[in-house]
Structure formats: C-alpha cells, structure tokens
Write a new protein. Structure first.
Length: 218
C-alpha cells in the first residue's frame, strides 16, 4: 500500500523517520506536535488510495485521529510508529518489534475508537486520578467512593475496558470492567486522554465507543 507519512514535532530527527521518508520522500510531511486542522486536513484530503503512517507520540496520533473523525475519513487505514517504546497505544495495538515495517507493509484491521462527551477522542489510555464519586460502566457500578486511579482503554471485543485502582495495605487493589461506555460523576477531576490533560477540571465525564472503528495497520 502507498502511504502518506506524517512526522510530528521532534520525531522528524529520529532514525525511524529517516527510514520512513526514504520510502517515499514526496509523501513524507513534517508537521507540528499535536497537529491541528490546518496541519492535517489538507494532507488527509488528498488520500484517495493507500494509508497514513504517523510517527510521533500518542498525543500526536490522537490529534490526527481527531482530524480523521472530524473530516469523516476514518475509512483511511492508519499505521503508527511511536517515538516512545513505552507507548500505551503500542502495547494496546500489540505493535511489532519493527514498527516501521509493520506500519508500512502491515494489514489493516478494525479496532475500536473511543470518544468523550466534549468532542475529543481516546485512542490508547484515558486516566482519572485521583477520583472520588460514582462511576458507571454500562449497567455496572465499578466505583462508589474514592480511588487512586481510574484508567480506560479501547477494547477490541467490548468497546472499552475500565480499571479501578484502590490503595491497599500491602498492594493496590484493581477491579476490571468491560462495556461500551463509562460515566463519572463526583468531585472535580482533570481527565487525561493519550497523555494530554483536559483544559479544566470537571465533575462529570464520559468515554464511549464510537459507532465507527479505526482501521489500524500493524
């Protein structure tokens, strides 16, 4: 598959970017970190065949996925070469040890996209911490009270997975729930999606599975 390659921020100084750019210099574009509408939309508009490869951070990838959502281009397959080997998205997508080759030559597969109720997206890891209030996951109530941390990740079977982490005497206690949506209400907390904190603390927050999946190349 032909690929449009997007190098975000300082990622363009890496060896991986040089490998990507060498495959097709005419389709390799350097754009800012966490790119916005003017950085992404004109490039995505021109994709009529092939796929997109993003080299950057989880926040960069999420910013590009948001633009694909806003421009109704979730049909375009998406490969990812993370700059951070500890990337939550890399673990979630189970990227190969050689992400460059996988992103360029892999096979598209469907994977859930999670949205929030403020118009944002969650591609890899969402966090509420610390948290006090009530948490619903579909019909279940994973939390009523306080927890050290709540994490949410897309899940290929159920839509999303919720983990509630409470402090214990000897070790943390973790409870896991699966569903299509998770809703929180309680004390104000600042949600973090793919490493980016929401601009303000809120006392209500929702993540839910989008009706259309991503097409990831791996």
């Amino acid at each position: 598959m032909a690929a449009l390659m997007l190098g975000c921020g300082s990622a363009v100084t890496s060896d991986d970017w040089r490998k990507l750019a060498a495959r097709s210099e005419s389709a390799a574009h350097e754009i800012p970190a966490t790119p916005g509408k003017s950085d992404v939309d004109p490039l995505v508009k021109g994709v009529t065949d092939g796929h997109i490869v993003v080299h950057g951070s989880d926040a960069d990838l999420a910013a590009i996925v948001l633009r694909l959502l806003r421009t109704s281009r979730l049909d375009v397959p998406l490969g990812y070469v993370p700059v951070d080997a500890r990337s939550p998205i890399a673990r979630l997508w189970r990227l190969a040890k050689d992400p460059v080759t996988a992103a360029l030559d892999g096979t598209p597969e469907q994977f859930p996209l999670v949205r929030d109720d403020t118009g944002g997206v969650l591609v890899g890891l969402g966090v509420l911490s610390p948290v006090r209030g009530t948490l619903y996951c579909d019909d279940a109530i994973p939390l009523r009270g306080a927890a050290e941390r709540v994490t949410v990740t897309p899940h290929p079977e159920h839509g999303l997975r919720v983990r509630v982490v409470r402090n214990g005497l000897l070790r943390n206690k973790v409870a896991t729930f699966d569903g299509r949506a998770v809703q929180f209400g309680g004390d104000t907390v600042t949600p973090v999606s793919d490493g980016v904190a929401h601009p303000r603390a809120l006392n209500r927050w929702t993540w839910y599975r989008h009706t259309e999946d991503l097409r990831i190349v791996r």
